[in-house]
Design a protein around this ligand. Structure first.
Ligand code: PNS
Length: 163
């Protein structure tokens, strides 16, 4: 039976680092479900629908047939179990990510023994990249074209009124 993995996150917006991890995950697992968190304390820049469209566009451009995009609310492990998946994928860019990710992975394991967290490393070129920094650079008039898919560059610039 093929292993289904869930790649959860805010994706506000998706960056080339996320895309790199999606590509790596798609090569490892039978099916990868990119799951956008709906119930978040953070106030997002993009709506769930906008974030899903940007992810879907980038995934389609890469021709990844075993990746789909959806959203979820509530506990991540409940969502993972509900769709019949067994793996949570999380990216670790640097040691600074590790503490938070370890805490979440251990708590998720405590909440469900059926779900395993797999940590993956993006390409080194993306180890400094985050959605937060990309938004800040765009807001301050810097170029983000090297950091995000073309569709995200366009939408982010029009959302914040640059270009
Ligand atoms: O991209 P992010 O914001 O780092 O993703 C965080 C995410 C979505 C993985 C995390 O906030 C999450 O899983 N939220 C769902 C609620 C939940 O299950 N909380 C308990 C985690 S131990």
């Amino acid at each position: 039976m093929e292993t289904q993995a869930v790649y959860p996150g805010s994706f506000d917006p998706v960056t080339n680092g996320h895309i790199d991890l999606i590509q790596r995950s798609a090569a490892l697992f039978g099916k990868v479900v990119v799951a956008i968190l709906r119930n978040t304390e953070k106030i997002p820049l993009f709506t769930i629908e906008e974030r899903a469209v940007m992810l879907e566009e980038a995934i389609q451009n890469l021709g990844l047939k075993n990746v789909l995009v959806t959203s979820f609310a509530g506990l991540l492990v409940d969502f993972v179990e509900r769709i019949g998946a067994s793996v949570i994928i999380r990216g670790i860019r640097a040691i600074s990510d590790y503490e938070y990710e370890l805490q979440m992975a251990l708590m998720n394991r405590r909440l469900s023994s059926k779900v395993e967290t797999v940590f993956m490393l993006p390409a080194e070129a993306y180890s400094f990249l985050s959605s937060k920094l990309v938004k800040e650079i765009a807001e301050l008039g810097g170029s983000i074209s090297a950091f995000v898919p073309a569709g995200v560059d366009k939408r982010l610039c029009s959302k914040i009124g640059t270009k």
